[in-house]
Design a protein around this ligand. Sequence first.
Ligand code: FES
Length: 98
Amino acid sequence: MPRVFFERTKLEVDWPEGGSLVDLCDREPRAGVPFSCRHANCGTCRVEVREGLELCEAPDDDERQLLEHLRADSDRIRLACQLRVRAGDGRLHLWVTL
Ligand code: FES
Protein backbone atom coordinates (compact mmCIF):
# COMPACT_ATOMS: atom_id res chain seq x y z
CA MET A 1 0.00 0.00 0.00
CA PRO A 2 1.24 3.53 -0.58
CA ARG A 3 2.67 5.21 2.45
CA VAL A 4 2.93 8.99 2.24
CA PHE A 5 5.51 11.03 4.13
CA PHE A 6 5.10 14.81 4.32
CA GLU A 7 8.62 15.81 5.25
CA ARG A 8 7.94 19.34 6.46
CA THR A 9 5.38 18.30 9.09
CA LYS A 10 6.78 14.78 9.61
CA LEU A 11 3.34 13.26 9.02
CA GLU A 12 3.47 9.74 7.64
CA VAL A 13 0.25 7.94 6.76
CA ASP A 14 -0.84 4.74 5.05
CA TRP A 15 -3.06 5.38 2.07
CA PRO A 16 -4.02 1.96 0.72
CA GLU A 17 -6.50 3.15 -1.87
CA GLY A 18 -4.38 5.95 -3.35
CA GLY A 19 -6.30 8.54 -5.36
CA SER A 20 -6.35 12.32 -5.33
CA LEU A 21 -3.69 13.82 -3.07
CA VAL A 22 -5.88 16.82 -2.28
CA ASP A 23 -8.45 14.45 -0.76
CA LEU A 24 -5.79 12.93 1.49
CA CYS A 25 -4.61 16.40 2.53
CA ASP A 26 -8.19 17.42 3.36
CA ARG A 27 -8.52 14.32 5.49
CA GLU A 28 -5.11 14.87 7.14
CA PRO A 29 -4.73 18.60 7.92
CA ARG A 30 -1.32 17.92 9.47
CA ALA A 31 -0.03 17.23 5.96
CA GLY A 32 0.67 20.96 5.83
CA VAL A 33 0.18 21.46 2.09
CA PRO A 34 -1.19 24.96 1.32
CA PHE A 35 -3.97 25.14 -1.27
CA SER A 36 -5.62 28.10 -2.89
CA CYS A 37 -7.35 27.66 -6.27
CA ARG A 38 -7.31 23.84 -6.37
CA HIS A 39 -7.59 24.03 -10.18
CA ALA A 40 -4.02 24.28 -11.51
CA ASN A 41 -4.15 28.09 -11.67
CA CYS A 42 -1.99 29.46 -8.85
CA GLY A 43 0.89 27.08 -8.06
CA THR A 44 0.51 27.49 -4.29
CA CYS A 45 0.38 23.74 -3.73
CA ARG A 46 3.67 22.81 -5.42
CA VAL A 47 5.41 19.81 -3.93
CA GLU A 48 8.64 18.06 -4.74
CA VAL A 49 8.36 14.28 -5.04
CA ARG A 50 11.56 13.13 -3.33
CA GLU A 51 10.69 9.44 -3.48
CA GLY A 52 7.93 7.42 -5.15
CA LEU A 53 7.62 9.17 -8.50
CA GLU A 54 6.61 5.81 -9.96
CA LEU A 55 3.45 5.92 -7.83
CA CYS A 56 2.34 9.21 -9.41
CA GLU A 57 0.15 9.35 -12.46
CA ALA A 58 1.43 11.59 -15.24
CA PRO A 59 0.35 15.24 -15.08
CA ASP A 60 -2.60 16.23 -17.24
CA ASP A 61 -2.44 19.15 -19.69
CA ASP A 62 -3.59 21.78 -17.16
CA GLU A 63 -0.96 20.76 -14.61
CA ARG A 64 1.76 20.52 -17.24
CA GLN A 65 0.94 23.99 -18.61
CA LEU A 66 1.08 25.67 -15.20
CA LEU A 67 4.31 23.91 -14.26
CA GLU A 68 5.85 25.08 -17.54
CA HIS A 69 4.65 28.61 -16.85
CA LEU A 70 6.23 28.43 -13.37
CA ARG A 71 9.44 27.11 -14.95
CA ALA A 72 9.30 23.96 -12.84
CA ASP A 73 11.55 22.02 -15.18
CA SER A 74 11.88 18.89 -13.03
CA ASP A 75 9.33 16.10 -13.36
CA ARG A 76 9.61 15.81 -9.57
CA ILE A 77 7.75 19.11 -9.09
CA ARG A 78 4.01 18.55 -9.06
CA LEU A 79 0.82 20.29 -8.07
CA ALA A 80 -0.69 18.64 -5.00
CA CYS A 81 -4.17 19.72 -6.09
CA GLN A 82 -3.82 17.75 -9.33
CA LEU A 83 -1.63 14.83 -8.33
CA ARG A 84 -3.20 11.39 -8.44
CA VAL A 85 -1.45 8.48 -6.76
CA ARG A 86 -1.78 4.86 -7.79
CA ALA A 87 -2.72 2.17 -5.30
CA GLY A 88 0.11 -0.26 -4.70
CA ASP A 89 3.24 -0.78 -2.69
CA GLY A 90 5.70 2.01 -2.16
CA ARG A 91 6.47 5.19 -0.31
CA LEU A 92 5.73 8.69 -1.51
CA HIS A 93 7.99 11.28 0.08
CA LEU A 94 6.84 14.88 -0.44
CA TRP A 95 8.39 18.23 0.29
CA VAL A 96 6.20 21.36 0.25
CA THR A 97 8.13 23.89 -1.82
CA LEU A 98 6.52 27.13 -0.58
S1 FES B 1 -3.95 25.11 -5.32
FE1 FES B 1 -3.65 26.42 -7.02
S2 FES B 1 -2.46 25.20 -8.35
FE2 FES B 1 -2.92 23.85 -6.73
